[in-house]
Write a protein that binds this ligand. Structure first.
Ligand code: IDP
Ligand code: MG
Length: 150
C-alpha cells in the first residue's frame, strides 16, 4: 500500500467541491487515512511549493493557495500516487481529460481545484509538512476485501 497527499485548494472549497473530490476518491476504492481543514500560512505555502520557487507563477501560486481554507488529506491504496494523479488529471484543466477532477470541474491552470503528490518522495515530504504521524490513522476498512482481489 502507498500513501499520497491530496488537497482541495481554496477554489475547490469556495466552489463547494470538497464532497465531490472526497467522493471520487472514496468511490475509486481508496482509503482516507487523515483529513483536516486549515488555512495555509505563507511559510507553509512556500515550503510546500519549494520546487516552483523562482518560476513566473510562484508568487501568484502562493497567493492562491493561502487565499482561503483548504482541505488536506492523506490517501492510501495500491499505487495511490499514480492512481490519484490520474483521477486528478493534467495540471492545465484545458488539457485534462473529461472524467478527471480537473477535466470535469475546472477551467484555468491557476484555479485547478486540487493538489496531489507526484512521486513517493514528494508524497512523504508533503505528508510531513501537513500531518504529524499521530494524525495519520491506521485502520482496517471493511470494503478492502471487495476492492482488492485477495
Ligand atoms: P501539479 O499541481 O499538477 O502537480 P505543478 O507543475 O506541480 O502541477 O504546479 C503546481 C501548481 O502551480 C499547479 O497545480 C497550478 O496551480 C500552478 N501552476 C503550474 N503551472 C502554472 C502556470 O503556468 N501558470 C499558473 N499557475 C501554474
Ligand atoms: Mg506538482
Amino acid at each position: 500500500m502507498e500513501r499520497t497527499f491530496v488537497m482541495v485548494k481554496p477554489d475547490g472549497v469556495q466552489r463547494g467541491l470538497i464532497g465531490e473530490v472526497v467522493s471520487r476518491i472514496e468511490r475509486k476504492g481508496m482509503k482516507i487515512v487523515a483529513m483536516k481543514m486549515l488555512h495555509i500560512t505563507q511559510e507553509t505555502a512556500e515550503r510546500h511549493y519549494a520546487e516552483h520557487r523562482g518560476k513566473p507563477f510562484f508568487n501568484a501560486l502562493v497567493d492562491y493557495i493561502t487565499s482561503g481554507p483548504v482541505v488536506a488529506m492523506v490517501v492510501e491504496g495500491k499505487n495511490a500516487i499514480s492512481v490519484i494523479r490520474k483521477l486528478v488529471g493534467k495540471t492545465n484543466p484545458v488539457e485534462a481529460d473529461p472524467g478527471t477532477i480537473r477535466g470535469d470541474l475546472a477551467m484555468d491552470i491557476g484555479r485547478n481545484i486540487v493538489h496531489a503528490s507526484d512521486s513517493p518522495e514528494s508524497a512523504e515530504r508533503e505528508i510531513g509538512i501537513f500531518f504529524s504521524s499521530e494524525e495519520v490513522i491506521d485502520y482496517r476498512k471493511f470494503d478492502e476485501i471487495w476492492v482488492y482481489e485477495q
